[in-house]
Design a protein around this ligand. Structure first.
Ligand code: F6R
Length: 357
């Protein structure tokens, strides 16, 4: 039930701090340590490479999951779009583990890959929000997102839950391999939950940004580097699916290799700068587009913000920055869709779960 909320999407955006706290709780043991099912841990230990298979928003979460598994747990990861993987399978490693990320657990493109992979006898894990869903039943193992039902077509809280659960899984796996983490995941996820709360409490400011940048524009660009690039892809998808504004996400350095030709006077460019090591490079990319007339909206992280930044995110661990950086993008998309009189919860041409290939 959406209660007093005008839309499920807004309700689900607001639920995100609670979802993060729920995940911390659900994956903690009695000693307060994070833990996952031992059979899943064994499957991870057996594997020499992880293959993440997903579509849409879940694919974007998978890209961030790759960073976590590679940087924290030291295992190579490939992330694939399920509809492509089905007929264009890459050469596989000797001991692959397939991880399907799917909010609904019903996406036909992903299921088709699961069926093929099972025929080949490889181990499979589904990360889903829906216990008992098709992909959960058909895979060897399941990790649950604990996000509660997601009704709005545009995925918000499930994405945040996917990124958080992938972090939990990567960190538990790393520890089981004797790797020392230089940060406390439970503590840092708690900080993220508070940061997300602080952002959803600043809705007026984000509504203003949407009005200023997006109420009449034809197109919009999102840029970022490193994990901010992946969040840019998600920001662009969110905006286009509910507001019908043509939006694209780019790696900061890639824009100038062609797409910069599309920048005109007033074109909105939303730039994410949460990663200290590349923040100056992103700011350099912003200068390039501003020189061509773009209307820049820099979203930076506290600690390395600069004057003129349009929105400053509360400081969180850099690995977890995607969990906070995506929140203003969700809200900006929501308000842009409202201002343009779009049906926020049920955008045209889209269904909540895509059960055709
Ligand atoms: C975007 C969105 C879709 C889904 C995609 C995969 O907001 O909701 O892109 O992410 O259709 O769906 P699941 O995760 O259910 O497999």
């Amino acid at each position: 039930e959406k209660g007093t909320y005008p839309h499920y999407m807004l309700k689900e955006i607001d639920e995100q701090p609670a979802v993060l706290r729920k995940i911390i709780q659900a994956y903690q043991n009695e000693q307060g340590e994070l833990t996952i099912d031992s059979a899943i841990l064994d499957a991870l230990k057996e594997a020499d490479r992880l293959y993440i298979i997903a579509a849409g928003t879940s694919y974007h979460a998978g890209l961030i999951g790759k960073e976590y598994f590679e940087k924290i747990a030291g295992i190579p990861v490939e992330v694939h779009i399920s509809s492509e993987f089905g007929y264009n399978m890459p050469l596989l490693s000797k001991k692959p583990l397939f991880i399907f990320i799917t909010q609904s657990g019903e996406t036909a493109d992903s299921r088709q890959v699961l069926v093929k992979i099972k025929e080949k006898g490889y181990p499979t894990l589904t990360v889903t929000n829906v216990p008992g869903s098709t992909l959960s039943r058909e895979a060897d193992h399941t990790l649950l997102l604990h996000a509660g039902p997601e009704i709005a077509v545009a995925s918000t809280k499930a994405y945040v839950a996917q990124v958080a659960v992938l972090m939990v899984t990567a960190s538990v796996f790393a520890k089981s391999q004797g790797k020392e983490l230089d940060f406390d995941v439970v503590k840092e996820l708690g900080i993220v939950a508070n940061a997300v709360q602080a952002i959803v409490d600043t809705k007026e400011e984000l509504e203003e940004i949407a009005a200023e940048y997006l109420s009449t524009t034809r197109n919009a660009f999102f840029i970022g580097r490193n994990v901010d690039f992946y969040v840019s892809l998600e920001g662009a998808l969110k905006l286009k699916e509910i507001s019908y504004i043509q939006a694209e996400g780019f790696a900061g350095g890639e824009l100038k290799h062609g797409t910069i030709a599309l920048i005109e006077d007033g074109t909105p460019v939303i730039a994410l700068a949460t990663q200290k090591a590349v923040s100056l490079n992103v700011r350099g990319n912003v200068k390039e587009v501003v020189a061509r007339g773009a209307n820049p909206c820099i979203i930076a992280m506290e600690g390395h913000e600069e004057e003129g930044d349009r929105f400053v995110l509360p400081k969180v661990h850099e690995f977890l920055a995607p969990l906070v950086a995506v929140i203003p993008l969700q809200l900006i998309s929501y308000y842009a869709a409202l201002h343009r009189d779009c049906d926020v919860d049920k955008p045209r041409n889209l269904a909540k779960s895509v059960t055709v290939e």
